[in-house]
Each structure stands twice: as C-alpha cells, then as structure tokens.
Design a protein around this ligand. Structure first.
Ligand code: NAD
Ligand code: 0WE
Length: 258
C-alpha cells in the first residue's frame, strides 16, 4: 500500500507534461492518493483533463488564482465531490515577461512587482484562507520556491522578492495552521526546463552550468521533486512544518566548485 493511501490532494499548477505539478501529481497518485486538478485557462483545460484521467481523476476545475471569486467557486465545487482535503499543492508563479530580463532596477515597476507578488505569493495564502474549512486534521500544504528567494540570480529580478515573500508566507501559515493539524512547507527546486522556463534567455546555458557544478552532477527532474513532495505531504513528514526543503542536487550547499 502506498504511503498516501486514503489521502485526497488538490493540485494547482499543471500546464503541461513538463510541469513540476505534474511530477508531483504522478508521485502522489503512485503512492495511493486521489487527486483533483485545476487549470488556468480553457485552452489548458482539455490537456489537464486528459492528464487527470491518466491518474484516475475526473475532478478538473477552472481556477485563475488572481480572482477571489474563482478560488471560492472552485472550493464550492470541490466540496460537492470531497468532504475534506488532505493535501493542497500550489505550483504557480507569474511575473510579466519583461520583468524577467536585464537589469533589476531598470525592469522592475510598481505594477510588475504587484502582479508577481499577487500571483506567486499571495495566492498561496488565499488558497489556504478560502480552503481551510475543508482541511482535514492531518493535512499538508506545499508550494514551490526557488533559490532566487535568498540569493540574487541574474534576470530572475522581481521573482526573487516574490519568492522571499512566498517563503515567509510558508512560516506564517505553518505557525497558524499547526494547531489544527495542517503542516505547511515549500520545496526550493533546482532549475528545470518547463513552460515557465521556456524563452527565458540563457536558460539552457544555466541548466548546463548548474549540472556541472552541482554535487550530483546533473539537473533535478520533476520526478525528483515529485517524490520529495509526496514525502513532505505524507504522514511520514508529520514532524516537518514551516520548512523550505532544497531539492536542487545540493547546488545551494556548495560554496565553490573546481
Ligand atoms: P509551469 O509553467 O509548468 O507551471 C506554472 C503554472 O502556473 C502553470 O500551470 C500556470 O497555468 C500557472 N499559473 C500562472 N498564473 C496563474 C494564475 N493566474 N492562475 C492559476 N494558475 C496560474 O512551470 P513550473 O516550472 O512547473 O512552475 C511551477 C512552480 O515551480 C512555480 O512556482 C515556479 O516558480 C516553481 N519553480 C520552477 C523551477 C523551474 O526551473 N522550472 C524551479 C524552482 C521553482
Ligand atoms: O519561478 C520560475 C519562473 C517563473 C516565471 C516564469 C515566467 C515565464 C513566462 C514567472 N513569470 C513568467 N512570466 C512569463 O511571461 N523559475 C524558478 C524558473 C526560472 O525562471 C528564471 C530563472 C529560473 C530558474 C528567470 C531568470 C533566471 C532564472
């Protein structure tokens, strides 16, 4: 029997077979969880529905995390299918494209800063705020962060402050929800070629550079992240909350590589 048998997981952030959320969904399904999915746009809906079916799931709901009424409506429909939720995976980030290139101070704007923080950080708190009455007394919330939260990384720009805010959200949510049996954690993943990385200048070179300097001498995969996510959201991790778990092959632990 899998270590997530009997658990119900809501997965937010599948856009393609390369999505980190898809690696997480597959690992959780393998360990016996029942899944529900959301999709951002109607264009993505058909693909996500097909992928959900591959995990034995028929619950697939539209959700734009920028909209409170979308979040509330999604939970109303979900509550019609499930009386409780054990796991919520938030695998969502967005900043306007022009924010993610060149000089930080030249590209950052008040509006770009606001959008990046709204979609990439506030939305995690919002998912908990509107979903908390559905959470079971042995539940787990998980989000995805990146090293740019704690180090400056070229071109990551305003997403760095947004991920720092997301990681602070993890700690505040963990402190509040712990008393009712909900744990809250993040995985800080190494770079992976997903849609969110497509078209980012120099991403291939960055993957190469990271693969050669990282202790495990390769890039991490969505399977690596999926397995760690399944563990963190299972009762095997009952003593872990408010944590940022690095699934980066040890890249962030190394001070120098010769
Ligand atoms: P992805 O493009 O597959 O996933 C991003 C998801 O965000 C998509 O499903 C998209 O629909 C969703 N999204 C964006 N705006 C939304 C909105 N308003 N409402 C609802 N959904 C919205 O890319 P990914 O790399 O799998 O990204 C998932 C998470 O992993 C992000 O938080 C990202 O920052 C994080 N992450 C990615 C990497 C990487 O190198 N790919 C590394 C570390 C962390
Ligand atoms: O969090 C991310 C990327 C998030 C992201 C991606 C896009 C592309 C499309 C947010 N907003 C947008 N907006 C778009 O219009 N990552 C961790 C992947 C990533 O992105 C980088 C990276 C890494 C790693 C950008 C610059 C440098 C490194």
């Amino acid at each position: 029997m899998g270590f997530l048998a009997g658990k119900r997981a809501l997965i937010v952030g599948v856009a393609s077979e390369r999505s980190i959320a898809w690696g997480i969904a597959q690992a959780m399904a393998r360990e016996g969880a029942s899944l529900a999915f959301t999709y951002q746009t109607e264009r993505l809906g058909e693909r996500v529905r097909d992928m959900a079916a591959q995990t034995g799931s028929s619950i697939c709901l539209p959700l734009d995390v920028a909209r409170d009424d979308d979040i509330q409506g999604m939970y109303t429909v979900l509550a019609g299918n499930w009386n409780t939720v054990d796991i919520i995976v938030h695998s969502v980030a967005f900043a306007p494209r022009e924010q993610l290139a060149g000089s930080y101070l030249d590209s950052v704007t008040r509006e770009g800063f606001q959008i990046a923080h709204d979609i990439s950080s506030y939305s995690f708190a919002a998912l908990a705020k509107y979903g908390r009455q559905l959470l079971s007394p042995s539940s787990a919330l998980l989000t995805l962060s990146y090293l740019g939260a704690v180090r400056s990384i070229p071109n990551y720009n305003v997403m760095g402050p947004a991920k720092a805010s997301l990681e602070a959200n993890v700690r505040f949510m963990a402190a509040e929800l712990g008393a009712t049996g909900t744990r809250v954690n993040a995985i800080s993943a190494g770079p992976i070629k997903t849609l969110a990385a497509a078209g980012i200048g120099g991403f291939r070179a960055m993957l190469q550079q990271v693969a050669t300097t990282t202790p495990i001498r390769r890039n991490v995969t969505i399977e690596d992240v999926g397995n760690a996510a399944a563990f963190l959201c299972s009762d095997l991790a009952a003593g872990i909350t408010g944590e940022i778990l690095y699934v980066d092959g040890g890249y962030s632990r190394v001070g120098m590589s010769l």
